[in-house]
Design a protein around this ligand. Structure first.
Ligand code: ASP
Length: 469
């Protein structure tokens, strides 16, 4: 007998069906046992007369029975299947469940997060989490369809690669075939996407996994996160802003109809205006901050191209040069300010655009430098040594073979979802996030390498860390 999904039962009243799922809850009333059966589509009340008594919470079962309309006064308007119930004829336990280490009902926010992440496969049974992960899939599907319609090409770029500095610490992977050398995991596919413009792809996107060895904060995941990475040729900043604004506006309308965007077109502020008026470059422009359905998108533009360099500027690591890129070193200076590069670099504005939503920076991008002389000048200003410049020779070389003017943006997928759903942290919209300590709880990673593995890689470890968590 073919399986019927719980949500379809309302349409087949009077018919005999086979349902499969988990025992969500159970109520014993003497001879009659009620359970709520849960599958991916929803829950339904199942009635067992002299049956089901042996079932426990979260057991996996298969039930064959008749769909019946519930008596008027027992209709549950809160459930899609609230008008019907299933009367059991026969059933089979497919798998018993031990007592769960964490409850899966409720929003789960009061449970120790370490436990929730250790037992993520249970935590994801929670209605709120399941909804978040399913919405995430709808969002990526929407974006993929939208961009493909707009003539974009989806292209994957390597994970084992070389550093592309975005201002964070790199994750390194030892290269067995070239002892003593390391790959860096990409902080973003920045160089690849620019090379794809040289390749003539013109419109690229990818849901790109990015790796940055930085400490976690509520709005910054430890280790890895996902960006909607995009790059376009023969465009100006206006084209990029409009594309993003149209796409997300349509997405909110289709996928989150209960939300309302507070101002359209989205307000645009220069960095200077934002700092003067709101003392931040990511102002929260909601009219009513208590309204969970209000979405205030805005753009922050005209950032200074450089900020003062500090010791923490990992793109360089020395903190000895005066200037660090405010965005990254491939961002183009404002055409009107090019002459200031020699005279007064801190006054140069960059063609950077930051996307802001309810006070969070949810994306950033820029028009890129496509002239080798300007790129070299920026390298000098941020204090690159000759050796560091050599590391980017391939990009400048590529640019010598006919590079279109280009620019892009990379909205953070996790961040946008977190804000759209009003969740308190990025981890609430990720299926398998790390703990803030960088531990991947389910797999207990990172873990020690064996002596043989280290020997093959030519690596000796000097420090044994004490076990935390
Ligand atoms: N690569 C940049 C980032 O990761 C975004 C961009 O410039 O397109 O923030």
């Amino acid at each position: 007998m073919k399986r019927t999904l719980v949500a379809q039962t309302a349409k087949v009243v009077g018919e005999k069906v086979r349902l499969c799922g988990w025992v969500d809850s159970k109520r014993d009333h003497g001879k009659v046992t009620f359970i709520d059966l849960r599958d991916r589509s929803g829950k339904i009340q199942v009635v067992g007369v002299g049956k089901l008594g042996e079932l426990g919470s979260e057991d996996v079962v298969e039930i064959i029975g008749k769909v019946k309309e519930r008596p008027e006064k027992l209709v549950n308007p809160k459930m899609v299947t609230g008008k019907v119930e299933l009367e059991v004829e026969e059933y089979k336990i497919l798998s018993k469940s031990d007592e769960l280490p964490i409850p899966v009902e409720g929003d789960g926010l009061d449970i120790d997060e370490k436990l929730r992440i250790k037992y993520r496969y249970l935590d994801l049974r929670r209605e709120r989490m399941a909804k978040n992960i399913r919405l995430r899939s709808k969002v990526t599907q929407f974006i993929r369809n939208y961009l493909c319609e707009e003539d974009f090409v989806e292209i994957e770029t390597p994970i084992l690669t070389k550093t592309t500095p975005e201002g964070a610490r790199d994750f390194l992977v030892p290269a067995r075939l070239q002892r003593g050398k390391f790959y860096a995991l990409p902080q973003s596919p920045q160089q690849y996407k620019q090379l794809l413009m040289v390749a003539g792809m013109e419109r690229y996107f990818q849901f790109a996994r990015c790796f940055r060895d930085e400490d976690a904060r509520a709005d910054r995941a430890y280790g890895e996160f996902t960006q909607l990475d995009m790059e376009l040729s023969f465009v100006d900043q206006e084209d990029i802003l409009q594309l993003i604004e149209k796409m997300f506006t349509k997405m909110v309308k289709e996928l989150l109809p209960e939300k309302k965007i507070s101002q359209s077109p989205w307000p645009r502020l220069t960095h200077k205006e934002a700092m003067e008026k709101y003392r931040t470059d990511k102002p929260d422009l909601r009219k009513d901050k208590n309204d969970p359905n209000e979405l205030a998108f805005s753009w922050t533009l005209d950032f200074p191209l450089f900020v003062k360099q500090s010791e923490e500027d990992y793109f360089h690591g020395s903190g000895k040069a005066k200037f660090a890129p405010s965005h990254h070193m491939f961002t183009a200076p404002h055409p009107e300010d090019i002459s200031l590069l020699d005279k007064d670099p801190m006054k140069v504005r960059g063609l950077q655009h930051d996307l802001v939503l309810n006070g969070f920076e949810v994306g950033g991008g820029s028009i890129r430098i496509h002239q080798a002389e300007i790129q070299k000048k920026v390298f000098d200003l941020i204090g690159f040594s000759e050796k560091q410049k050599e590391e980017f020779e391939h990009l400048l070389k590529a640019f010598s073979y006919g590079v279109p003017p280009h620019g892009g943006i990379a909205p953070g997928l996790d961040r946008i979802l977190m804000v759209l759903l009003g969740e308190p942290s990025l981890r609430e919209v990720m299926a398998f996030p790390n703990l803030t300590s960088g531990k991947i709880a389910i797999m207990d990673a990172p873990s020690k390498a064996t002596e043989e593995q280290l020997k093959e890689l030519g690596i000796k470890t000097t420090e044994k860390r004490k076990k935390k968590d």
